[in-house]
Ligand binder design. Structure first.
Ligand code: HEM
Length: 436
């Protein structure tokens, strides 16, 4: 079993214990050795010079059965080519239009909340993040029925995808309830995505200016458009990569803002000064300095737990010689919780990111979006989307954590809360209570 039981039962604690062992630590996942990078300089060496020496590792190789050949699963020259052809899908105009979708759907959501009624904030954020990603992909082609189908089937995919990448392949073909649900979800998602793509292709126009329009207009290095299969693979990848990670960060940010009255007050004061009651637009995001620091700190405290690579040939990584085929793990969680780079790492402190704070002083110690050839292509979209969503929610409500609930960090593909019940209260009523 090797270190698998410790990794399953206490994933985050186990990862955080490894820097005391060495720069690159060998752990055993059953019979398979994996090498965990614990040092920022080595993480930088792994990620930044490009990926001639590595593929995406065991998990992503297996995930290509479901997400196809896309940015998340490809490497080397094929990956560089995909990145170039997708550049037009992530321009500043796309980011600005994403902010508009995010602002409008968040406003609709917060207007549907009722004061004093307990909300499952984590579930609400999952729904919101999926809606926003889907709207940025499909804009007007996203019908209520399509969205409903995505909402229904994406959770089944997220729930079992990591587990399935770890399972021996034979088990996936057994007639279990989990396998049945997963296959049904995949079929349904493929159906929705396929229908939208075919309808758009059949109309042969792109007045939409959305991500799907950019994918349909994208060309490879030889001037050829993407095939139907390639477009489908990229769309599925964006839906998966863009929504669950964003939802987890939003839930944690709201939790931290509202359990720290001083942080909540500073956020509200900044919103009142910068927006003065207006809804936020893309141009406002850079002026929301403190809220951006809250986002940076949430991405530090609750990042992706681990990401894998695999050596294509013998490689020297830090002080360790690795053979071809070695599985490597880099862990933003581990690096972000090392007290050498972030003193009192479990403390949530947005002022780390202020001009007088320590920030990420060491290269490679802060990797919420990865780095190098595979740095998150949606990083800018995610950052402005996170700040915009939080600005809208915090302008409308104060969310009070429900007393007596223990909120735990659950590490799967992201670190998400086990639950997050909160009660919306009107900020204006709070102000009156305090002055009255
Ligand atoms: C808070 C939100 C997000 C976080 C924390 C996040 C995190 C990451 C990280 C850590 C990686 C690097 C993976 C690696 O090293 O292999 C990555 C890659 C990627 N992300 Fe994100 N991401 C977020 C939002 C998004 C969004 C909104 C999209 C798209 C709409 C997106 C699409 C992708 C894609 C396609 C890749 C693969 C890039 C490549 O290998 O070229 N992500 N993301």
């Amino acid at each position: 079993m090797g270190h698998a039981p410790a990794l399953i039962a206490r994933r985050l604690e186990f990862l955080s214990s490894l820097p005391s062992v060495g720069q690159v630590v060998e752990v055993r996942l059953g019979p398979i050795p994996a090498y965990v990078v614990t040092d920022p300089a080595v993480a930088h060496q792994l990620l930044v010079p490009g990926d001639r020496d590595y593929d995406r590792g065991r998990l992503m190789t297996k995930a290509s059965a479901w997400f196809g050949d896309s940015l998340l699963t490809s490497y080397g020259t094929a990956h560089q080519q995909q990145r170039r052809s997708l550049r037009s899908a992530f321009t500043n105009e796309q980011v600005a239009s994403h902010v508009d979708h995010v602002r409008d759907s968040t406003t609709a959501l917060v207007e549907s909340w009722t004061a004093d009624e307990v909300l499952a904030v984590d579930e609400q954020m999952k729904d919101l993040a999926l809606t926003n990603t889907a709207q940025s992909l499909f804009s007007t082609d996203l019908t209520a029925a399509n969205l409903e189908s995505l909402r229904l089937h994406m959770p089944a995919l997220f729930k079992s995808v990591l587990f399935r990448t770890i399972l021996p392949s034979g088990l996936e073909r057994m007639p279990t309830v989990g396998n049945f649900r997963f296959k049904k979800a995949m079929r349904s998602l493929d159906g929705v995505v396929g229908t939208i793509i075919s309808a758009r292709r059949a109309r042969g126009e792109d007045a939409h200016g959305d991500l799907l329009g950019s994918l349909l207009a994208a060309q490879d290095d030889h001037g050829h458009g993407l095939s139907g299969r390639q477009v489908r693979d990229h769309v599925m990848t964006m839906l998966v990569a863009g929504s669950e990670s964003t939802a987890a960060v939003l839930s944690w940010a709201l939790y931290e803002i509202f359990r720290n009255p001083d942080i909540a007050r500073r956020v509200r004061e900044e919103l009142a000064t910068v927006l003065a009651g207006r809804a936020p637009a893309a141009a406002d995001v850079s002026s929301l300095t403190y809220l951006n620091n809250v986002v940076s700190e949430t991405l530090r405290r609750y990042p992706v737990p681990f990401i894998m690579r695999r050596t294509l040939k013998p490689v020297r990584l830090g002080e360790v010689e690795l053979p071809a085929g070695a599985e490597i793990v880099y862990s933003p969680h581990l690096l972000h919780h090392d007290p050498r780079w972030f003193p009192q790492p479990r403390r949530f402190d947005p002022d780390r990111w202020s001009p007088t704070g320590h920030g990420a002083a060491t290269k490679g110690c802060y990797l919420p979006f990865g780095a190098g050839a595979h740095v998150c292509i949606g990083k800018k979209m995610a950052l402005v989307g996170l700040t915009t969503t939080l600005a809208v929610i915090c302008s409308h409500w104060r969310l009070e954590p429900v007393a007596g609930q223990r909120i735990r960090e659950v590490a799967t593909g992201t670190v998400h809360p086990n639950r997050m019940p909160m009660i919306p209260r009107r900020p204006a009523a709070d102000a009156r209570e305090q002055t009255g």
